[in-house]
Design a binder for this molecule. Structure first.
Ligand code: AQP
Length: 332
């Protein structure tokens, strides 16, 4: 039986963090045996917000190393760079003819980014969901393992796929966000405001490259309060976040102990944060150390990039040929 096709990407805009790990990378690793997986580093996408490319090469290699350290096997999945596949840019061009200014302007991430960079509201930022659709459709993927922040983009990708199929003929499946049937994940930042992110909220984000002391420092600074004064109180959002983070890396019994303490109004947040910090250190340290070792072998990473580009282009070429055929751009 043919394996179902999966695509997902990560922007090389900084060090990868726990949000990237639990929203995306963990599923990449879980899917690599059962699915036909294409995972990429989205270097074109990073240019929409990071026009200065001095750090780009480093960030691309870091992202590759961190993904491999997290368990991705470049022999099992196709691991490549977005800019290695010119066919994606061609598909992006066709899809742009089916994307309307009004719907793009309404996209939440576009509005957010324009607020953050009012002097650089470029067309690439506006058409980000179109390029993301091209990334997915170029391999005709059905599943896209992503975090909750990408839900709206996936809905747009389905719309664009439908429009293409309707206008030129059936070619693309309608891609679905994927988390093994569970709700998509949003890993909250430690200050209780928003999600962990590569370039915003850095002191409230735990990066896979953070050293043990920095992890402890960040966790101990997480927002708490004096604790509940009555049993079975309602839990404030920022405390729920700490429980959510704990449930990602700690034993169930540890989470339950602090939940019981909270309900008994006897919780000591200092103790809870100390336990969380130690479990975070235990979780992040092996990934960080492995990533450092892989990152120091540039020759190996170059090989991964080259091998990935060859495999990804083979699949992309087939899609572009059929796309041109359906549109009527087949002159010889
Ligand atoms: N906090 C998060 N929780 C769950 N999933 C998350 N993802 C990102 N943050 C969280 C998922 O990681 C994948 C890669 O997304 P990205 O490259 O867009 O990551 P980012 O950290 O949000 O980085 P940006 O957009 O590059 O952020 P800034 O603006 O900080 O520079 C996706 O599957 C995403 O869902």
């Amino acid at each position: 039986m043919q394996k179902e096709i999966v695509v997902s990407g990560i922007r090389p805009t900084g060090n990868l963090h726990l949000g990237n790990y639990f929203g995306a990378m963990r599923n990449y690793v879980r899917m690599q045996e059962e699915y036909n997986c294409y995972f990429f580093v989205a270097d074109w996408h990073s240019l929409t917000t990071h026009p200065d490319t001095k750090e780009l090469r480093n960030s691309v290699l870091d992202a590759l190393a961190e993904n491999i350290a997290a368990g991705l096997d470049p022999e099992k999945v196709c691991l490549y760079l977005q800019s290695s596949i010119p066919e994606i840019a061609e598909l992006y061009l066709y899809l742009n003819m089916m994307a309307y200014k009004g719907e793009l302007e309404k996209t939440a991430t576009f509005k957010d980014k324009v607020r953050l960079q009012p002097d650089n509201a470029n067309a690439g930022l506006l058409t980000y969901p179109v390029l993301m659709t091209a990334d997915i459709l170029i391999h005709r993927a059905l599943y896209v393992p992503v975090g909750k922040d990408q839900e709206q983009h996936l809905e747009m990708a389905r719309n664009f796929a439908q429009r293409f199929n309707h206008r030129y003929g059936e070619l693309f499946p309608e891609p679905q966000a994927f988390n093994f049937g569970a709700a998509l994940i949003k890993v909250p930042s430690l200050d209780g405001a928003g999600k962990m992110s590569k370039s915003e909220n850095q002191l409230a984000t735990l990066y896979l490259a953070d050293d043990d002391e920095l992890i402890r420092k960040k966790v101990m600074k997480a927002k708490t309060d004096a604790g509940p004064t009555e049993t079975n109180s309602e839990m404030p959002g920022y405390i729920q976040n700490i429980f959510q983070l704990m449930s990602l890396v700690s034993e169930d019994s540890t989470v339950q102990k602090f939940r019981d303490d909270f309900n008994a109004a006897s919780i000591r947040y200092g103790d809870m944060k100390k336990a969380l910090a130690e479990d975070m250190v235990k979780f992040i340290t092996p990934i960080r150390e492995k990533a450092q070792a892989i990152r120091s072998d540039e020759a190996y990473l170059q090989k991964v990039i080259k091998y990935g580009a060859e495999k990804a282009r083979e699949s992309a070429r087939k899609t572009i040929e059929q796309t041109r055929e359906l549109i009527g751009l087949n002159y010889f």
